[in-house]
Ligand binder design. Structure first.
Ligand SMILES: [Fe+2]
Ligand SMILES: [Fe+2]
Length: 429
């Protein structure tokens, strides 16, 4: 009897111990989850302000392409809700006495009710068509009804025949907009004639917060209003939303992407003798492979560039994106994509020319993969056998210069904020 009593009190002790081991961490975990949940609900409902509220004067003027860069130009801007219609007036820059032509813009509201001092913006998009290739146009945007106009600005259409040109590629901005503006100014100082600006995603930190886009456009004044902006989507532009709603409302982009994805997430275009394919690394890569195959197979361009956010060759093994490398790498090999321009890892990395996951003998056989960062948030970097150049804690911009005199040459240079060249490759064809 005494023996049974001891056993039963031991069992009770064991049972109580087990309950404590299971229940206490469980409760601890649930409390943490609940705290995060309450925090996220709170954060998602806290009123915010924008430092750059809209007015009846057009601002955030941004050029993008949603058609052929040689004959079309999309122009976007915003005002406050008092302005209900908008037009673009434009003419060839050299025809100073010509009556400007006009195109009516489409208008839609962009609402972010939590931006307390400016919750609703009017977004305008006009697409100019049938433009002459290789021509500089003067334009202004505004509203005759309220007699509110931008200054006269300029853009240039792309050449039809292969011509030399340069473009600028930037990695993640995400945080540090003020320093980013200085970086852009440095880039413009070194290459004032860039044809366009590519950004490989994480353009803002929280794509659901309109005030961050307002900050971006404030810093991009004098850049994206006279040279087209070519964006790719980063995870921070989605900000955990299924659809990057604000990004899609702000930018008019080509609708020639994969049928398996919503429009404008991925797209392609040709500029001079170069083909650009912009992919969405946030979406399943295999849904884009068939389209990517067709796009690369169909291009006769001398140079081929791919742009997306999550890198195929990353800075850290914990940030590896094997699915992207597996789904797209073989296609980059087959059609010989020259350079892949990426972001996400917040540290500079350029691979050797790569083919089939291995170092190729030269750029003639392989593809360079680049990760760069243009903002002020930096991550560590591990050493990798595929990395030819890698460094950390440095924001850079990249100027890519295509020369077409005789044989074609692609000169790639990465510069730091002081304008010092930090990496360089030259590919000849
Ligand atoms: Fe990022
Ligand atoms: Fe990212």
């Amino acid at each position: 009897m005494a023996f049974r009593k001891i056993t039963s009190s031991k069992s009770r002790l064991l049972f109580t111990g087990l309950i404590l081991i299971i229940i206490v961490p469980g409760l601890w975990f649930l409390a943490g989850e609940a705290k995060d949940w309450v925090k996220s609900i709170y954060a998602a409902n806290v009123p915010r302000t924008t430092a750059f509220p809209s007015s009846s004067t057009p601002d955030q003027i941004c050029l993008t392409w949603n058609g052929d860069p040689a004959t079309t130009q999309a122009i976007q801007w915003r005002t406050n809700p008092a302005v209900t219609e908008g037009i673009v007036q434009y003419r060839k820059r050299d025809e100073t006495s010509a009556q400007p032509m006009e195109v009516k813009a489409e208008v839609s509201s962009l609402e972010d009710r939590l931006v307390g001092n400016d919750p609703v913006n009017q977004r305008f998009t006009a697409t100019l068509k049938d433009l002459s290739p290789d021509t500089v146009y003067a334009y202004r945007v505004g509203s005759p009804a309220v007699n509110s106009w931008s200054l006269w600005l300029e853009f240039a259409t792309a050449p039809v025949e292969p011509e030399s040109f340069s473009f600028i590629y930037l990695g993640d901005l995400q945080v540090g907009m003020f320093a980013w503006n200085k970086l852009l100014n440095r880039a413009k100082e070194i290459q004032p004639n860039t044809a366009f600006y590519i950004m490989a995603g994480d353009i803002v930190n929280r794509g659901t917060k309109r005030e961050e886009w307002d900050e971006l456009f404030n810093e991009a004044q004098g850049f994206f209003d006279n040279k087209p902006f070519v964006p790719a989507l980063g995870n921070h532009d989605y900000a955990k939303q299924k659809s990057p709603e604000q990004y899609l409302k702000i930018f008019a982009l080509p609708e020639n992407g994969p049928g398996e994805l919503p429009k404008e997430l991925a797209y392609s275009f040709t500029y001079s003798n170069a083909f650009f394919v912009v992919l969405d690394g946030n979406q399943p890569p295999e849904k884009q492979s068939g389209w990517l195959d067709q796009q690369l197979a169909g291009s006769r361009a001398v140079w081929k560039f791919a742009v997306f956010h999550q890198p195929a060759y990353s800075s850290k093994s914990s940030r590896d994106n094997e699915d992207i490398r597996e789904s797209w790498g073989a296609l980059f090999d087959r059609y010989h994509v020259d350079m892949v321009l990426q972001g996400h890892d917040h540290a500079y990395l350029r691979t050797y020319p790569m083919k089939d996951g291995k170092k190729a003998a030269s750029a003639k056989e392989g593809t360079y993969y680049v990760v760069s960062v243009s903002g002020s948030k930096f991550y560590d970097q591990e050493s990798h056998d595929y990395a030819e150049v890698g460094f950390t804690k440095t924001d850079t911009f990249q100027i890519i210069d295509i020369q077409t005199n005789g044989k074609s040459t692609c000169t790639y240079r990465a510069y730091d904020a002081e304008g010092k060249i930090r990496d360089e490759v030259v590919i000849e064809k």
